[in-house]
Design a protein around this ligand. Structure first.
Ligand SMILES: NCc1[nH]cc(CCC(=O)O)c1CC(=O)O
Length: 320
């Protein structure tokens, strides 16, 4: 008897296939189920438009979701930070993998640290969240929007077109480019995107409890709780993945869940930053505690004007 391999849908980039292969190998090691990668081209991969002009959420995940719903693949692996917060009809988040390093990293010419970049130096990043937080730290630098995969972005530093680029540390690790990192931003300086460093495994809801219940073997409870809190902040602020919102949750030494979040105006001139910790055992389960924590923190931030900053930033991007 031959065992048919489960088909895992993934984007085609080196980063996507590397992280998907790792999930496939872990599933096979833990369950014995063979998994084959099916490469799917998303609109976000082929268009040259600037990310913030693509209508926000979902550009990288829609093609994978279409393939799932069409039955072309059994499950899909996404970078969790690219996944819209709204649930998708007929699909279930079957697993959230253990988070890799959530921080953002600087890759600069000549080994330069962020503090040592000369005034006026050009820093490439397509993320309003990064621009806003970096501009708050160094308003004297020039932030340049860029697109393309990690290798293309790093190439702009190698060619001398830019002095530096900022990318996710976890992504650089997955494409084998950690040698290019010259500085790493602590989460206190630059809060990561909600879900950064974690992967989402998505399948059809109809298969989740039965045929594909083995996907639960790659679910990591503490990461799922942390990213739940982070994504609730994003949802409550009615912000998409292109909004200047950072959020990071982690368990403290005494097993409480601490959530930090920031909303920063695109020029760094205004910011709402907040932090809150929850005692998880006060709630029926960890994910409910995380969701309550996210809602409470978001409400506190809205009282301080965070929703205004989010809306103004969307107007600035031409979304409203
Ligand atoms: N939007 C693209 C994207 N989606 C996930 C990652 C990095 C890996 C991760 O956060 O899991 C990246 C690239 C980047 O931000 O540098």
């Amino acid at each position: 008897m031959t065992t048919t391999a489960a088909r895992l849908g993934t984007r085609r980039s080196t980063m996507a296939t590397s992280q998907s292969q790792r999930v496939a190998d872990t599933i096979t090691a833990r369950t014995g189920v063979p998994v084959e990668l099916v490469l799917i081209t998303s609109f976000g991969d082929v268009t040259r438009a600037h990310l913030t002009q693509l209508g926000g959420t979902g550009v990288f995940v829609n093609a994978l979701r279409d393939a799932l719903l069409a039955g072309d693949v059994e499950f899909a692996v996404h970078s969790l930070k690219d996944l819209p917060t709204a649930p998708a009809d007929g699909l279930t988040l079957a697993a959230v993998t253990e988070r890799d390093d959530p921080r953002d990293a600087l890759c600069a010419r000549d080994g330069l640290k962020f503090a040592d970049l000369p005034p006026g130096a050009t820093v490439g990043t397509g993320s309003p969240r990064r621009v806003a937080q970096l501009a708050a730290l160094r308003p004297d630098l020039r932030y340049v929007p860029i697109r393309g995969n990690a290798e293309t972005r790093l190439g702009k530093v190698a060619s001398g077109e830019l002095d530096a680029v900022v990318l996710a540390y976890a992504g650089l690790d997955r494409v084998g480019r950690l040698d290019d990192v010259t500085d790493v931003f602590e989460v206190e300086q630059v809060l990561p995107a909600p879900g950064q460093g974690a992967l989402a495994v998505e399948c059809r809801t109809a298969d989740a409890a039965g045929a594909l219940s083995y996907l639960g073997t790659v679910d990591h409870g503490p990461t799922r709780a942390a990213v739940t809190a982070e994504r609730v902040v994003l949802a409550e602020l009615e912000a998409g993945c292109a909004a200047p919102v950072g959020a990071y949750a982690e368990f403290t030494a005494d097993d409480r869940l601490r959530l930090r979040a920031a909303v920063v105006a695109p020029d760094g001139s205004q910011a709402v930053r907040a932090e809150r910790t929850v005692t998880v055992t006060d709630y029926p389960d960890t994910v409910q505690a995380a969701a309550a924590l996210g809602r409470q923190l978001a409400r506190e931030m809205i009282r301080q004007g965070a929703d205004r900053i989010v809306a103004d930033a969307a107007v600035g991007r031409g979304e409203i």
